[in-house]
Design a protein around this ligand. Structure first.
Ligand SMILES: [Zn+2]
Length: 262
């Protein structure tokens, strides 16, 4: 057994054709983080790769370490997430999710929390409609897993109190800001958006699929109102992500074009 070969579980974030028959595959590998790997014969060898190198697929992979690129020797499908590919909105959401996770990880740094989050996101997206609420939950949890969680309670600049309800949101400051610290050009979180984001951050993807009323009663929320509040939070969170990533995500444009499911 080659000591530098690893049999691992991975999610396919990207697959880029290379030459006639090969591919460079960006994998999020459990225990290892994001790894770009060279798959020789990716597009010709069904025996070694049969269908396993499609984006969004969870695979078992045999990887061999290399000085620059690792080599992907063989891969088998653990979960194809096939239903993600038969709906334009799901494709857009899954593509955004994989790009976001790709951008929030560094090559070779373990990121198991993001692996678990992305796998849960893809599985839930496959079972239900594509929603803003689930995207916002993904963004908040992915940022938190990367140590970049936005402040949603106190003032991100002075630590003071930000009154309940609607609040100014300043990506440069790190989240919500109080009336004293607000500067021109700050964005706004509506009452509903702020409450939705706080619930999504606390309760995760499950809350996106079954939100609770904001009145503390534990009753289900009005799903349409919750979804609208999550959609209103898209622009502030996109600005927050741009601030940390230094650019907008390429897939965000496709997401905008596709729009919300009817
Ligand atoms: Zn302040």
């Amino acid at each position: 057994m080659d000591l530098r070969a690893h049999r691992v579980e991975a999610l396919v974030l990207r697959a880029i054709p290379y030459g006639e028959s090969d591919a460079v595959v960006h994998l999020l590998v459990l225990g290892h983080g994001r790894i770009p790997a060279f798959a020789r014969g990716a597009r010709t060898s069904r025996k070694r790769f049969g269908g396993a190198l499609e984006v969004f697929t969870r695979i078992e992979a045999l990887l061999k370490e290399g000085p620059e690129l690792w080599a992907l020797r063989e891969a088998t499908v653990l979960e194809a997430h096939a239903r993600l590919r038969d709906d334009l909105h799901r494709i857009a959401h899954a593509g955004y999710a994989t790009e976001l996770v790709h951008e929030l990880t560094r090559a070779g740094e373990p990121a198991d929390a993001l692996f678990v989050l992305l796998e849960e996101f893809l599985a839930r997206l496959e079972r239900g409609p594509a929603t803003s609420a689930r995207l916002r939950a993904l963004e908040l949890l992915a940022l938190a897993a990367s140590g970049l969680a936005p402040e949603l309670g106190a003032c991100a600049r002075c630590g003071g109190e930000v009154a309940p309800g609607r609040a100014a949101f300043d990506p440069d400051a790190g989240g919500t800001v109080c009336a004293k610290c607000v500067v021109d050009g700050a964005l706004l979180l509506t009452v509903g958006s702020r409450a939705a984001l706080r619930q999504l951050r606390q309760l995760g993807l499950a809350a996106a699929d079954a939100p609770l009323s904001a009145d503390g009663s534990g009753r289900p929320a009005d799903a349409r109102a919750f979804e609208a509040a999550a959609a209103q939070a898209a622009a502030p969170l996109a600005a927050f992500l741009r601030h940390h990533l230094g650019r907008a995500l390429g897939s965000a444009g496709f997401l905008d074009q596709v729009g919300a499911p009817q």
